[in-house]
Every structure is written in structure tokens, then in C-alpha cells.
Design a protein around this ligand. Structure first.
Ligand code: TNX
Length: 606
């Protein structure tokens, strides 16, 4: 642990530095995109032609026919004179593996398009997700049907075909004059293809209400598959607690960029956030605090199941973390018998680390660990259990490794795979175990040695991937103990080559952790996540050959209007050429109710 790590200033209890509702937030360099540019046209949401009060006569009918014909002709002319698709096929984040453009294949989504999916519940589910994404902005009905052999036929075909060789997460996207064909051998592949398709449509597709827009797509073929199987982000819900709705929205952000793991840091000194039936006071006592003295909170088992299901529907696996043996003050408040001196410590709402630990010499500690991990494992369909292991400064040497080895066996006996911070490295290897490396200097012989004994790594360098680091000195929230991380710093490194003497074959992927000592609202989360999360996502997904800062910067710029249209806060990083001027056509009717986002806290767009 770097020494400067301790310089994080504590927030005095009762005096939160960060307000929960950041709608009025007006930082200097870091700007929330608050207002979509006024669009050129605003047309009514519905055809407001008044209904005739009596039977129309022949002349009126002829007039109406002529008007309809004229409208149709105008539309056809518009189509002929239409500008080509605004996006290039390669304008996707993460950069796809292979892109073959074909301008003759540019295509415009018609109002009567149908989404036809393979007759398989998994493919139909992705079809519904696609329709759900496209209906609000287009206002088109986009019915979803099934077929044994789906064909685009002027719409969108989702083909689930287990004979194609695209891997567990790959897809192929063909855009031609006849529509779109998306092919994959798994539902995950189709889902990722849908995310690509979404980015190839004009930014206004993100609008929660109908807009006037030509829904054009650039012609050609994308063949794509990820570089690493593990692509994640972590949310610390312990330092500050976040409502289920906020977590679901973070899941949405992960899904957009083809991340497939959400690591939840569920326990820490400041709060215990997951209900455990056999040790109920963990939440009833240990869950009622957070940094700065706020009320905290916890997830019931039903809440947690809701997050797990919502994530799974988006092909995201939840990785729950119970941090042991340190970072356990909240547990000790609830159950003093776990404390080394058998005395309840005062609840902790500051931001120091490394002072607390469960008693490694007491058998009741191992009952506690078994019960907690057993209940969390039972709630978690994914293969991983993260057991923390970081910053247990007071549990040293063989006492530490002995504790970790017992915990690792408990996890294995539950049928799960151990993940832990790289401080676990000196403990004996156990089949499959994964270390999450969060160093700031790639020279780490202890971790390299653990890899030689069989460990695999998730790479989360503190000075590149930590989303709680400030972008610049004036970033109003976040830390700087690992340095400042602007977008280029988040992007310009290689997870496969980062730790000396660790071959890329031992790296299962990359993760961007967001610690929340200074993060109190969904808007704060988004300001730190965006635009750096797409950078980390590209490192996890894209082949190294596509890595190019200038190209990434330009592609990223196009996402500003998307987030703006969707009401998502982001940091207007000065090194990104965000487009200026009108980007999003006006909504047809601002009164049209938005999707589920209306219930969530977000940036005030009015
Ligand atoms: C280090 S990274 C920690 C966390 C802090 C974070 C703040 C790691 C495994 N431990 O306890 O929240 O720094 O950046």
C-alpha cells in the first residue's frame, strides 16, 4: 500500500462535504452535461388532425388521397436525397475486432420495421430488449416475432445459431440495403451485437421520448469478440450506501460498454450492506452508518436478488465482496465477540483504513465467515466469491496467510471460486483462485510468484483504473493517492502486459473500481464513471491492434450527445473533442413520459 494512501482527509461526521442531490452542481472544468442542444424541429407527438364530425364527401376523400400521395412522394424523395449515415461503422466503443464498411448497404430503420428473432426464448428476450431500446426515441411499434430462419426483410433479424464460430460472447452484424442481421451462438453475443447496433444509430436514439430523426445505419459487416473473458467495474456500496435503483442504473452503464461483471464491495468499516439471516445484527446495527454520518442502509436478500437478476438479464455476473479480515469495524460493532479484545468499537464514519480486524485466533470467527459466505453464496448464481484481504495491517505474516487459507477453503467448499485483492498472494494457492491486482507499480514479485503457483489476475491498477481518482486537481470529488487519472491515463495502458513477469495468459481481465468515500449520489457516480468507464471497457474487450488514443478520443466524443440525450451526467473532459452545437433533435413532445429513468435521480435536463 502506498504511504500517501493515508492522506485521504476524513469527512467530519455530520458535515458531509458532498450534497446528495447534485442537480445544481456547477463545477469549473468538470461539467455535467445538463441541457441538450435545442433541436431544429419540434413536431407534435401525435398526428393532431381533428376527426371528421360527419361522413366525408367524395371531393374531400379525393383531396385526402392526394395529400397522402403527396406526403408519400415527399418521403420517398427525402429518402433518395438523404445524406449517408452519419456514423462510420467503426465508430463503436469498445472498438470491434473486425469492421468491413460497405456504403451501398447504408440503411434507414423504417417505421414499420419488425424485429424477428430465432424461435428460442433467449433470442426473443434479446429481441424484446432491442425493441425496448429503440421504441422510446423512434416512437415505432417494432413488434418482436419469431421464425425458424429469421431474415431481415426490411427490419432486424436476430439469429441464434450455435453452429457459427463466434465464441461465447462474439457476434456478427450485417447491415445491408435489406436491413440488419445479427448472428451469434449465444444470447450474450446477440446482446453485445445489440449494444453495437445502438451506438451505430444517431445519438438521438438515447432520447427517452420520440424525436424526429432519420434512423440511419452505416452499411457493412462487423465481426466481434472480446479479448478478455472478465470485464468489470466495482461499486463500493459500503462507504456510502446506494439504493437498488442506482445500482441498476450502473448496471445499464456497464451493459452499454459490454462489461460483464459487477463487483459489489458490500462490507467495510463504515457499513455492512447485505442481510445475513444467521447474524442479523450485521445489518440492523452494522448497516446504519456510512462515511460522513449519513443513515447508511442495506440490501435485503430480495433487493440483492433484484440486482443479480437485473444484471443477469444484461449478461452481467455479480461478484459479491465480503472484505476479510480487515475492513470489518461494522461487523465488530454488531458482534463484539468477533473483535480481538471482545469489545464493541464505536461505529466508524471516517475514511481511514487498516485499523479493524476479526479475531483470527477465535473459532467463532470461522463460524461467522462460513455462515456469511454460505448465505451470500446461496444468493449468488455466479461462480465468484470475493473475500477482500486488503489492508489488514494488524494481521501479519503467518497469522494472515493462515486466516486466508482457511477462508479460501470455505469458499471452495461452497463450490465457488476465490477472488481477493492481491494481498492474498503469499497465501497457499488453491485451484482457480484469482487475485485482483490494484498496485500502482507493475513490479510486484510476490504477485508474479503467486501467478507461477497458478493464480490468475484481474488487473485494476490504482493509477489507471481507479475511478475514484480525480481527473484533475480541481475535480470536486474523488481521491488522488494513486495520482490523477484523466481519460488518456485511463486508456493508455495494456492489462495484458502490466505486471512484470506475469504473462497475459494469466490475466483474465480488467476491472475499474469505484470507491465511494467522497461519492454520495448517482450523479457523483456518473461523473466519475463517464467518460473513463468506456476506456477501461475498451481495454477489456478490444484487440490490442485497435488501440489508438486519437481514434478513441474521437469515438468517445460522440458519446457525449448520447449521455446528454439519456440524461446521464458525465465529466466534460477537456481532452475530448465533444461536439458543440445542436446534436439532438428536439423531442416531439417533452411531456411524453420517459422510461423507467423518470423515477431515478439524474441530471435535470429542463
Ligand atoms: C484502497 S484498493 C482501498 C480501499 C479504499 C481505496 C480508496 C483497496 C483494495 N483498498 O479501502 O477505499 O483505496 O481509493
Amino acid at each position: 500500500m502506498p504511504a500517501e494512501r493515508r492522506t485521504l482527509d476524513a469527512t467530519p461526521a455530520g458535515e458531509p462535504r458532498f450534497c446528495h442531490n447534485r442537480r445544481e452542481y456547477t463545477p469549473g472544468a468538470a461539467a455535467v452535461s445538463t441541457t441538450p442542444s435545442p433541436g431544429p424541429t419540434a413536431v407534435p407527438a401525435t398526428d393532431a388532425t381533428p376527426l371528421p364530425t360527419r361522413e366525408p364527401d367524395a371531393a374531400t376523400l379525393a383531396q385526402a388521397d392526394a395529400a397522402t400521395l403527396a406526403q408519400a412522394a415527399e418521403r420517398a424523395a427525402g429518402d433518395l436525397l438523404a445524406p449517408p449515415a452519419r456514423h462510420r461503422l467503426a465508430d463503436v466503443i469498445p472498438a470491434p475486432q473486425h469492421v468491413q464498411s460497405d456504403a451501398t448497404g447504408d440503411w434507414v430503420l423504417p417505421a414499420e420495421a419488425v424485429i424477428v428473432a430465432s424461435a428460442d426464448p433467449a433470442a426473443l428476450a434479446v429481441g424484446e430488449q432491442l425493441a425496448h431500446l429503440l421504441r422510446p426515441a423512434t416512437g415505432y411499434p417494432l413488434p418482436v416475432t419469431d421464425a425458424t430462419t429469421p431474415e431481415p426483410a426490411g427490419g432486424i433479424a436476430l439469429v441464434l445459431d450455435d453452429t457459427v464460430d463466434l465464441g461465447a460472447e462474439g457476434y456478427r452484424l450485417d447491415i445491408t440495403f435489406d436491413g440488419v442481421r445479427l448472428t451469434a451462438s449465444t444470447a450474450a453475443g446477440l446482446f453485445y451485437g445489440v449494444q453495437t447496433l445502438r451506438q451505430l444509430l444517431p445519438a438521438a436514439i438515447e432520447s427517452p421520448g420520440p424525436v424526429t430523426e432519420r434512423w440511419s445505419l452505416p452499411g457493412g459487416t462487423i465481426t466481434d469478440a472480446p479479448r478478455f473473458p472478465y470485464r468489470g467495474a466495482m461499486l463500493d456500496v459500503a462507504r456510502h450506501f446506494f439504493a437498488v435503483e442506482d445500482v441498476l442504473r450502473v448496471v445499464d452503464h456497464l451493459a452499454r460498454y459490454k462489461l460483464n461483471h459487477l463487483h459489489l464491495h458490500l462490507t467495510d468499516d463504515q457499513g455492512w450492506r447485505i442481510a445475513v439471516d444467521s447474524w442479523p445484527k450485521l445489518t440492523t446495527l452494522g448497516g446504519t452508518t456510512e462515511v460522513g454520518g449519513g443513515p447508511g442502509g442495506h440490501y435485503t436478500k430480495a433487493d440483492y436478488a433484484r440486482i443479480v437478476t437485473y444484471a443477469a438479464d444484461r449478461h452481467i455476473t455479480v461478484v459479491p465482496e465480503i472484505d476479510l479480515p480487515g475492513h470489518t469495524n461494522a461487523a465488530l460493532v454488531a458482534y463484539p465477540e468477533l473483535a480481538p479484545d471482545k469489545t464493541a468499537p464505536p461505529p466508524y464514519t471516517g475514511t481511514e483504513v487498516g485499523f479493524s480486524y476479526v479475531d483470527p485466533a477465535d473459532e467463532r470467527t470461522y463460524d461467522f465467515v462460513s455462515d456469511v459466505l454460505g448465505e451470500v453464496a446461496a444468493l449468488t448464481p455466479g461462480p465468484w466469491l470475493h473475500v477482500g484481504g486488503d489492508e489488514a495491517f494488524k494481521v501479519k505474516g503467518e497469522v494472515y496467510t493462515g486466516f486466508v487459507e482457511r477462508v479460501q477453503r470455505i469458499v471452495a467448499d461452497l463450490g465457488k471460486t476465490v477472488v481477493g485483492w492481491h494481498q492474498l498472494a503469499p497465501a497457499a494457492h488453491l485451484d482457480g483462485r484469482v487475485l485482483q491486482w490494484w498496485g500502482t507499480n507493475g513490479e510486484d514479485p510476490t504477485t508474479a510468484e503467486a501467478v507461477r503457483r497458478g493464480a490468475r489476475l484481474i488487473i485494476s491498477p490504482g493509477n489507471h483504473a481507479y475511478l475514484d481518482m480525480k481527473y484533475a486537481p480541481d475535480t470536486p470529488i474523488g481521491h488522488d493517492w494513486a495520482g490523477l487519472i484523466d481519460v488518456r491515463k485511463a486508456y493508455d495502458w495494456d492489462p495484458g502486459m502490466h505486471v512484470t513477469d506475469v504473462p497475459s495468459s494469466a490475466v483474465i481481465g480488467v476491472e475499474a473500481p469505484l470507491w465511494t468515500e467522497s461519492v454520495t449520489s448517482l450523479t457523483d457516480i456518473e461523473l466519475l464513471l463517464l467518460p473513463r468507464l468506456p476506456a477501461i471497457a475498451e481495454l477489456g474487450w478490444s484487440p490490442r491492434a485497435t488501440h489508438d488514443w486519437n481514434g478513441f478520443r474521437d469515438r468517445l466524443a460522440g458519446h457525449g450527445p448520447r449521455w446528454g440525450a439519456a440524461g446521464i451526467a458525465f465529466h466534460r473532459a477537456p481532452e475530448i473533442p465533444w461536439p458543440s452545437g445542436p446534436a439532438i433533435p428536439a423531442q416531439r413532445d417533452p411531456a411524453v413520459p420517459t422510461q423507467s429513468d423518470t423515477t431515478r435521480e439524474g441530471v435535470d435536463l429542463t
